[in-house]
Design a protein around this ligand. Structure first.
Ligand SMILES: Cc1ncc(COP(=O)(O)O)c(C=O)c1O
Length: 396
């Protein structure tokens, strides 16, 4: 049999991390337990000293979580992964692990609303400074890095404008300045099927597994993927002591199940997004479609280089006020007005009002997020039905 490193993505999404269990169950059992029984007090000491393998308490480790952690690490081409209770749980555990008072994070200015809020509005209380700039010009980083910089953080494609950041160019500049700086990439919008930042020089990948990784809209979950040392620190410090935001074994089971079809789902998301983007671009009520698959989209060439396809996310600006735009999307019937993304259902939302309402009007402007922008997570329905829904709802 080919070893895991030789196997293709589809094989790994099904088999990686799986262990033959004593009762022979094909699916990983849900170890729905908070604690684990020891044989003797002597064993307890050995476990805590790391001299013996085993489980102590689910906040520190659990076989259901371990199976899905190994699978995600394999798909992201990382040495190790840790499962968390949410995407924000992953982001905060990774950042709290890497940062101390007096340190600085340099981040791209277009980020998921709560990540932006953590960096821009909360970290200051703990003596951590965040500087924001536009990463589409990697040269900008050269003047922004300092000896205080411990983390460089970005998303690509960015939420919600699909802005593309060149992962390798950023990682090269940062590591040439100081190889100790952690380059952290939120890979939620791509999933590892489309893009693996660790193979392009990033140090850490974070995920909201609530989205494509799980893919079925029924869990809140996250992951951190990196080298073994950083993950051990996240497990022993970021997760165990600082956030406590551990994934539940039942959610690990659901995500492991969802991951078995990740490539098939991503292919359909990408194909449907391509068709909807083409339809919307030709619609008279639309002024701009943000979609990395368009040749004239800034960053298209970089996306082509670092992504397998262009993803399932689109953003649209209409030739209408924010209110009229909201009224038009209210008329959608098949497509659902909801935050979140990466589900089977097509989800539509207005970032300025919903996912990015933690940005002030000035911050939205600086991040290039128009107030009337609509974000679409293109689902797995028949593309013709999604298009028909927009065709009925949009003014002619
Ligand atoms: C890009 C991105 N990162 C992180 C998060 C946070 O994930 P969660 O909602 O699972 O905490 C989200 C949520 O929408 C997101 O879109």
């Amino acid at each position: 049999m080919r070893n895991e490193h030789q196997q293709g993505f589809a094989t790994r999404q099904i088999h990686a991390g799986k262990e033959k269990n004593p009762k022979g169950a094909l699916a990983t059992p849900i170890y729905q337990t908070s604690t684990f029984e020891f044989d003797s007090v002597a064993h307890v000491g050995a476990f805590f000293a790391g001299e013996e393998q085993g489980y102590i308490y689910t906040r520190i480790g659990n076989p259901s979580l371990e199976a899905v952690e190994k699978k995600v690490a394999s798909l992201e081409c990382g040495q190790a992964a840790i499962a968390t209770a949410s995407g924000m749980g992953a982001i905060s555990a990774a950042l709290w692990t890497a940062l101390s008072a007096g340190d600085e994070v340099v981040a791209d200015e277009t980020l998921y609303g709560c990540t932006f809020s953590l960096l821009a509005h909360q970290f200051g209380r703990f003596g951590i400074n965040a500087a924001f700039l536009d990463f589409t010009n990697p040269e900008n980083l050269k003047t922004a890095l300092s000896e205080k910089t411990k983390v460089v953080y970005f998303e690509t494609p960015c939420n919600p404008t699909l802005k593309i950041v060149d992962i390798k160019a950023i990682a090269d500049i940062v590591h040439a300045y100081n190889p100790e700086i952690k380059v952290i990439v939120d890979n939620t919008f791509s999933s590892p099927y489309l893009q693996t930042p660790l193979t392009l020089g990033a140090d850490v990948v974070v995920h909201s597994a609530t989205k494509y990784l799980n893919g079925h809209g029924d869990v809140i979950a996250g992951f951190i993927v990196s080298d073994e040392d950083f993950i051990e620190n996240c497990r022993g410090i970021g997760l165990k002591d600082l956030t406590g935001a551990v994934m539940s074994p039942f959610n690990a089971f659901l995500i492991e199940r969802g991951l078995k079809t990740l490539d098939l789902r991503m292919e359909r998301h990408c194909s449907n997004a391509e068709k909807l983007a083409d339809y919307l671009r030709a619609h008279p009520a639309v002024t701009r479609v943000y979609y990395p698959g368009f040749e004239d989209f800034p960053g298209h060439e970089i996306a082509k280089k670092q992504m397998r396809r262009f993803g399932g996310m689109i953003a649209v600006e209409f030739a209408m006020s924010r209110e009229d735009t909201a009224a038009a999307i209210d008329k959608l019937e098949l497509c659902t007005l909801a935050v979140s993304l990466g589900d089977a259902e097509t989800l539509v939302e207005q970032p300025a009002t919903m996912t990015h309402n933690s940005y002030s009007a000035e911050e939205l402007k600086a991040a290039g997020i128009p107030e009337s922008l609509v974000r679409i997570s293109v689902g797995l329905e028949d593309a013709e039905d999604i298009i028909a829904d927009f065709d009925r709802a949009l003014p002619k």
